[in-house]
Ligand binder design. Structure first.
Ligand code: F6R
Length: 622
């Protein structure tokens, strides 16, 4: 949610900042802006709409040469997405420029105190107040103070409430950019005589792989001569903790595909394999990435809560089936945004599994903190190394999906499901519910899944044709599933809503007759995620009845069924075949055609597949 870049070094700041914004645009695309410091002045260009509009503006009205710059790509919170509200925002004398991600909750009070002094605010944003406050604080500090801008930002941060990442420059401080963070992401990059700030590492991956972690309530100064310095909001200096980014620059490029989403869908067999690789020993022990929990802790668990949002919560719903079946520990899945408000009952024997691709989702982070306050153990499943959610957890299992750029999650979803299976197996093994040989059988089944996903991907042409020719113009599409097929149905509907802006709903197939079946009319497309006939036969039999029920009411049925399942054929207008796999692992194959379908429908409608309207990749506000 909002992408931020800061740069000091020897290159042209405009080039570095614009390249960073291009890679961060998935975080928000309501407007974009850039500021550089040159000849004792700030120079700003900003424009509503996608980054392309800013690029056009820069072509018409180029910025002066500079080696100090910062930029922003916005997902609007305060104020509509127009030129005026685009970042950076300037202070009243035009000396301070600020870009911001998050929400400053006490901005109304700060704004009225500025207005009472006769300062006219030029925008509707909460961000602008920060520029004025930093201007004031800077002017109060002696001009010979070596870190005057940093100290001014520190004083202002102490007055701000809410969640924020700020990146700030001053016309009188060329060669310096200050970043500050509270509950919102910011990382620093360490190049050769050049330094970067970014909402995530993709902001500077083209220049360096060396990154510095920034914690909560910290301020980071990047200075062309002094390098990187980090202090706390209390002023105390903080030792730098660095890490090397292990994905390469090419991962952030489309690699010949029309859309990042297509590339990410195609990467799924490798992602499933990577997430499994080296993680389970023959005896069922799991190799977690960061563990601050003992086997004893795992043995003591009496209840599991999974907290997550959106697609990640559907991975959690799938996990629930595996966890309860394999471990016999009760498991609940909760939307993170609701969790803490209902006062859940937690204690030291509760394990809370927080699932997040970005590791920065504010709803999930706040739910996690609530659980921590109640002394629950926290295990994060996350795709972004060094992000806030894993850092605040007791143990972490990283999904190895690589950077996911398309706003709609695909490969991270499959990786999350795999990670959940691994955790469930580990719990089953540590608690003695499953023997080593039983775990080994499931591990072998998991190892066969990358090939099964590949097989699905190789047979997607009929799905694309169906999407283009029969679904793109429909008013609505319904999705049905049972057991693990239910969350897959929910995910299929979510993909279609967010990408193609179509009315789509996912239902537990058995629930349909309790109301939603009224939505089914002549020709209504109903996609059914069918369980394996080799699993529990009651499950398969029941869904075949559900297919007949909707068909009898005129539905056009599109059935995702296992190879060889002929029982569904008479009732299906279209059958999408997936290879046989064990019931609990089936979501890894049944979700894929639904991703392809949504992507193809959005493309057929001429929509932006990678950056759907109103969305952002990393949702850092509640
Ligand atoms: C949908 C999608 C979102 C995210 C949700 C949680 O395609 O991507 O629903 O799953 O915003 O995000 P993370 O996993 O980053 O916490």
């Amino acid at each position: 949610m909002c992408g931020i870049v800061g740069y000091v070094g020897s290159k042209q700041a405009q080039d570095v900042v614009m390249e960073g914004l291009r890679r961060l645009e998935y975080r928000g695309y309501d407007s974009a802006g850039i500021a550089v410091v040159s000849d004792g002045a700030l120079h700003i260009r900003k424009k509503a709409g996608k980054l392309a509009n800013l690029i056009e503006l820069l072509d018409q009205d180029p910025l002066p040469q500079s080696t100090t710059g910062m930029g922003h790509t916005r997902w609007a919170t305060h104020g509509p997405p127009n030129d005026r509200n685009a970042h950076p925002h300037l202070s009243y004398v035009g000396k301070v420029a600020v870009v911001h991600n998050g929400i400053i909750e006490n901005f109304a009070a700060l704004r009225s105190s500025l207005e009472s002094r006769g300062i006219d605010l030029a925008s509707d944003t909460d961000t602008e107040v920060v520029a004025h406050l930093v201007q004031d604080a800077f002017d109060e500090i002696a001009p010979d103070h070596e870190t005057r801008l940093r100290e001014a930002v520190r004083r202002v941060c102490a007055r701000l409430e809410g969640a924020f990442t700020l990146v700030i420059s001053h016309a009188d401080a060329p060669g310096t950019i200050i970043g500050a963070r509270r509950n919102s992401p910011l990382v620093a990059g360490l190049g050769d005589g050049e330094y970067f700030l970014g909402s995530d590492v993709s902001a500077f991956i083209a220049h360096t792989r060396e990154a510095i972690e920034l914690g909560q309530d910290q301020i980071c100064e990047i200075n062309a001569e002094r390098g990187i310095t980090v202090i706390g909001f209390d002023g105390g200096e903080i030792e730098l903790t660095g890490y090397t980014i292990d994905w390469d620059d090419a991962a952030a490029e489309k690699g010949g595909y029309d859309w990042f989403m297509l590339k990410e869908i195609a990467e799924q067999p490798a992602v499933v394999a990577d997430t499994l690789r080296g993680r389970l020993t023959d005896t069922g022990d799991i190799v977690l990435d960061e563990v601050r929990l003992s086997d004893e802790d795992f043995r003591d668990i009496t209840k599991i809560f999974i907290i997550a949002c959106g697609t990640s919560s559907y991975a959690g719903m799938i996990a629930k089936y595996a966890i309860e079946h394999w471990t016999r520990i009760p498991c609940e899945v909760e939307l993170a945004s609701e969790f803490r408000y209902r006062d859940p009952v937690l204690d030291r024997t509760t394990l809370v599994i927080a699932i997040s691709q970005s590791g920065e989702t504010m709803d999930t982070l706040m739910a996690l903190r609530h659980a921590k306050d109640q002394h629950a153990r926290i295990l994060a499943i996350c795709n972004t190394i060094g992000s806030t959610i894993p850092r605040e957890s007791d143990a972490v299992l990283y999904t190895r999906a690589g950077v996911e750029i398309a706003v709609a999650s695909t490969k991270a979803f499959l990786a999350q499901i795999v990670a959940c299976y691994l955790i469930a197996l580990h719990l089953a093994s540590v608690r003695g519910v499953k023997w080593g040989d039983e775990v080994a059988v499931i591990v072998d089944q998991l190892k066969a899944m990358p090939a099964a996903v590949e097989q699905v991907l190789d047979t997607m042409e009929p799905v694309r044709k169906l999407a283009r020719e029969e679904l793109a113009d429909c008013a609505q599409v319904l999705f049905l599933g049972r057991h693990v097929g239910f969350p897959v149905a929910l995910e299929g509907a979510l993909k279609l809503k967010e990408l193609a802006y179509m009315h789509a709903e996912g239902f537990a197939a058995g629930e349909l007759k309790h109301g939603p079946i009224a939505l089914v009319g002549d020709g209504t497309p109903v996609v059914v995620v069918c369980p394996s006939p080799l699993g529990r036969d009651t499950l398969h039999g029941k869904i075949v009845s559900n297919i007949q029920e909707v068909r009898a009411r005129g539905a056009k049925t599109i059935v995702i069924a296992e190879a060889g399942d002929e029982e569904v054929t008479p009732y299906a207008d279209h059958v999408i075949r997936v290879p046989h796999c064990p019931t609990l692992l089936a979501p890894l194959v049944t979700a894929v055609p639904l991703q392809v379908m949504a992507c193809e429908i959005a493309a057929a409608k001429g929509l932006d597949v990678d950056q759907p309207r109103n969305l952002a990749k990393s949702v850092t506000v509640e």
